[in-house]
Structures are given as structure tokens and as C-alpha cells.
Design a binder for this molecule. Structure first.
Ligand SMILES: Cc1cc2nc3c(=O)[nH]c(=O)nc-3n(C[C@H](O)[C@H](O)[C@H](O)COP(=O)(O)OP(=O)(O)OC[C@H]3O[C@@H](n4cnc5c(N)ncnc54)[C@H](O)[C@@H]3O)c2cc1C
Length: 382
């Protein structure tokens, strides 16, 4: 077992750490406060190849794998979860799902523009009445002679309010239940497709979240991704990778909070000495560090198994990675706020933002309860 990154991976880590420190950090407070999309960081991320990490180089991607995706996610989350979320949504969800199932023509037309950031993408599954039970979605895609007519509403869609390109899941054969779902892409401006409300959120505030509304929206049959009624295969194919990446994002948030707390505790004095000298504060640091290292080990084990196509037991391990990473993020950021005392509760320090951002890790991309359900089901089926 190898726990070390390669030379190339270390170079990538340094590059992303520099990008996060120099370009992302300075906007983190502002985009959170104003709920604005991180356009500057987005453009630069496109230039650095971070928007299409796993896309092949011939389509403008970086041609890398899941370990590299985890490295990028961890470094960005440690500085600004909102920027991390917008970038990882494009790279790890939209592009990754699209490229594995799109035709050559579809790839040539859209991948280079998605990888450069010219097109902002979103991926829409959730509906007002279909969240954890997403396969019960109501959205219809009715077949016509030369295409499909879409009707329905998607909600809680990351990047939705600013998206130029949406990957949308809808039922082509509702009578077949989960086996009657298909995936389509649709461009902003298509008649019958409009953006609904943009949500005001607790965290991830620089990563816009909104509704997408489809009313008798016609799309040509060329917009079908993969095969009709086989959308569930597309959904399932990337799921383990997505969970591992979400897990490492949680580890990244926790690391950012730990680093800020270590610095603060050494500067802050009470009772005539640095608060870092108090054993109860040191106890927190030791526990925070241990949880982070455990979460990181779990995430890179999962990433390494996926990279090497060792799929035995991967579903439960990936779910455990997401579950644990989310809890590490929540627990460590809560302790960070405690270490900052009253200042931790104020927006002039970053730890309250880390704590608000951490909460979403237990909800988005499948709640913690659903991850536990997946793990238990896998264990009991052995
Ligand atoms: C900021 C944000 C961004 C998002 N981005 C996207 C996106 O880009 N694309 C997209 O498609 N979706 C997105 N989502 C949706 C997200 O995946 C769902 O919110 C999530 O899957 C939970 O669904 P729900 O909110 O409907 O909660 P519900 O499913 O209604 O769950 C409510 C509660 O019941 C629990 N529960 C439900 N079922 C069970 C069960 N079987 N056993 C035990 N407990 C259960 C849940 O764990 C939760 O605690 C996003 C959500 C948020 C908040």
C-alpha cells in the first residue's frame, strides 16, 4: 500500500494550493456575503485545467483521474467551499457524467467549452417531491417524432441560476419506474426552459442554487445523452467517485478550520498566556487533527481503489467516506468556532463560514442517513 503522492500529484497539489491562496482566498468573504458567483476564480480555474480534471486532453481536459480530483477538491475546500463546489460540480459531476456517455459529436461540440469554463454547467436530478428518493422523479420527457417535450421542475440545482448548459434527468417511460429515466442536455435560452427562483442559503453562498422549470420545452433527439431509458446507468456510474470527492471536500473544510484555529490560538492571550498553552485547547487540536487524518486516509483509500478499478465493496466504502468526511467537517468547524470564542461567531474571521459550509456536506449529494442506509444494506447483503 502506498500512502505517498507521485511527483506529478505533488506538483498539482502545490499549483492548486497557490491558486487557492493567491486567487480564491481574497474573494471568499465577498462571494459568501454577496451570494455572488466566483467568476474570476472560475475563469482562472478553466485556464489551469481544473474544470475538466478527468476529461481527455483532446477535448480540452486535463486527462487526470480521481486521486487528482480529490487533491484539487481538498485544497480548494480548505480555502473556500463555495468556489470548490462550483468547480467540482462542473468537473466531477457535469463533465464526468456527460463525457462517459456522450457521442463523439456531442463531446466535440460541448466538452472543450465546458472545460475552458466558457459554458457553466449544472446537473439536475432533485425535484421538489423527489430528494433522497430521487428515482421517484416526476419530470416527463415525452417522445415526439424528432425529439422530446420536457415538463417538470428541478430544484436545489448547484450553478443552476447561472448555467448555460444543463444535464437533466427525466422519465421517458414512467411506467417502468427507475428503469424509465433518460438524461438530456439543454442549453440556456431554449424556449420553454427557464430559471426559477434562486435560493438564499445558510452556507455555500457563493455557489448559486436554484430551480429549473420546463414547460412544454422541445429538445431535438440529438440532446439525448446515452441510451433512452438507461439514465440510471449514468446516475450510478459516477456515484462512488462523487461520494469519495464529497468526503475529501469535508476533510478540506476541516483542514482550513484547523489551520485558522492553530494560528489564532497562538496569537490570542488570556490569563497572561497564549490560549494554545491550555490543555483543553490542545485536546481540541489533537482530536481535530486525528479526525482529519482518518477522513483523509479513508478518502484516498477509496480514490485509490476506484483508480485501480478494485470495485469490490466500493459502494459502502465510498458512502462511508462521504459520511465520515461530512461529520469531520461539521465537528472540526464547530470546535474551531469554540477556539475563537466570541470572535469565532463574528464574520470578520473565517471559521463561522467554514461551519456554515460544513453543514451542507451532511445533506447534499445524498444525506448522511442515506449513506448509513447504503453502508448497512451492503454489510447485511454479504
Ligand atoms: C446547496 C444544495 C445544493 C444541491 N445541489 C444539487 C444539484 O446540483 N443537483 C441535484 O440534483 N440536487 C442537488 N441538491 C439536492 C440534494 O441532493 C438533496 O437535498 C438531498 O439529496 C436530500 O434531499 P431532500 O432535500 O429532498 O431531503 P429529503 O429526502 O426530504 O430528506 C429529509 C430528511 O429525511 C431523511 N430521510 C429521507 N429518506 C430517508 C430514509 N430512507 N431513511 C432515513 N432517513 C431518510 C433525510 O436524511 C433527511 O434528514 C442540492 C441540495 C442543496 C441543499
Amino acid at each position: 500500500m502506498n500512502f505517498e503522492f507521485t511527483e506529478e500529484q505533488l506538483m498539482l497539489q502545490k499549483m492548486v494550493r497557490d491558486f487557492a491562496g493567491n486567487e480564491v482566498a481574497k474573494h471568499a468573504y465577498k462571494i459568501d456575503k454577496e451570494e455572488s458567483f466566483p467568476y474570476e476564480a472560475w475563469k482562472k480555474a478553466g485556464e489551469l485545467g481544473l474544470l475538466g480534471i478527468t476529461a481527455p486532453e483532446e477535448y480540452g481536459g486535463s486527462g487526470l483521474g480521481i486521486i487528482e480530483t480529490c487533491i484539487v477538491a481538498e485544497e480548494l475546500a480548505a480555502v473556500c467551499t463555495s468556489t470548490c463546489a462550483t468547480i467540482m460540480h462542473q468537473s466531477g459531476l457535469v463533465i464526468d457524467n456527460f463525457m462517459r456517455h456522450a457521442t463523439e459529436e456531442q463531446k466535440e461540440k460541448y466538452l472543450p467549452r465546458l472545460c475552458s469554463g466558457e459554458l457553466i454547467g449544472c446537473l439536475a436530478m432533485t425535484e421538489p417531491n423527489a430528494g433522497s428518493d430521487v428515482l421517484s422523479m416526476q419530470m416527463r420527457a415525452e417522445k415526439t417524432e424528432d425529439g422530446y417535450i420536457l415538463n417538470g421542475t428541478k430544484t436545489f440545482i448547484t450553478n443552476g441560476p447561472v448555467a448555460d448548459f444543463a444535464l437533466v434527468y427525466a422519465k421517458t417511460s414512467p411506467e417502468k419506474g427507475a428503469k424509465g429515466i433518460s438524461v438530456f442536455f439543454i442549453e440556456d435560452g431554449t424556449p420553454g426552459f427557464k430559471k426559477g427562483k434562486k435560493f438564499e442559503k445558510m452556507g455555500w453562498r457563493g455557489s448559486p442554487t436554484g430551480e429549473l422549470i420546463f414547460e412544454n420545452c422541445f429538445i431535438p433527439k440529438e440532446n439525448l445523452v446515452g441510451e433512452e431509458d438507461k439514465g440510471i446507468n449514468i446516475l450510478m456510474a459516477g456515484l462512488d467517485s462523487e461520494r469519495v470527492v464529497m468526503g475529501v471536500q469535508g476533510v478540506g473544510i476541516a483542514t482550513g478550520a484547523l489551520n485558522a484555529s492553530l494560528k489564532y490560538a497562538q496569537e490570542r492571550e488570556q490569563f497572561g498566556k497564549s490560549i494554545s498553552k491550555f490543555q483543553m485547547i490542545q485536546d481540541k487540536f489533537a482530536t481535530m487533527y486525528t479526525k482529519i487524518e482518518a477522513g483523509r486516509a479513508l478518502a484516498y483509500k477509496g480514490a485509490s481503489l476506484i483508480e485501480n478499478e478494485k470495485t469490490e465493496g466500493i459502494a459502502r466504502l465510498a458512502a462511508a467516506t462521504k459520511l465520515f468526511g461530512a461529520d469531520v467537517a461539521m465537528e472540526v468547524t464547530t470546535e474551531a468556532v469554540q477556539i475563537f470564542g466570541g470572535y469565532g461567531y463574528m464574520k470578520e474571521f473565517p471559521v463561522e463560514r467554514y461551519m456554515r459550509d460544513a453543514k451542507l456536506m451532511q445533506i447534499g449529494g445524498g444525506t448522511s442517513e442515506i449513506q448509513k442506509h447504503i453502508i448497512a444494506k451492503a454489510l447485511l447483503s454479504n
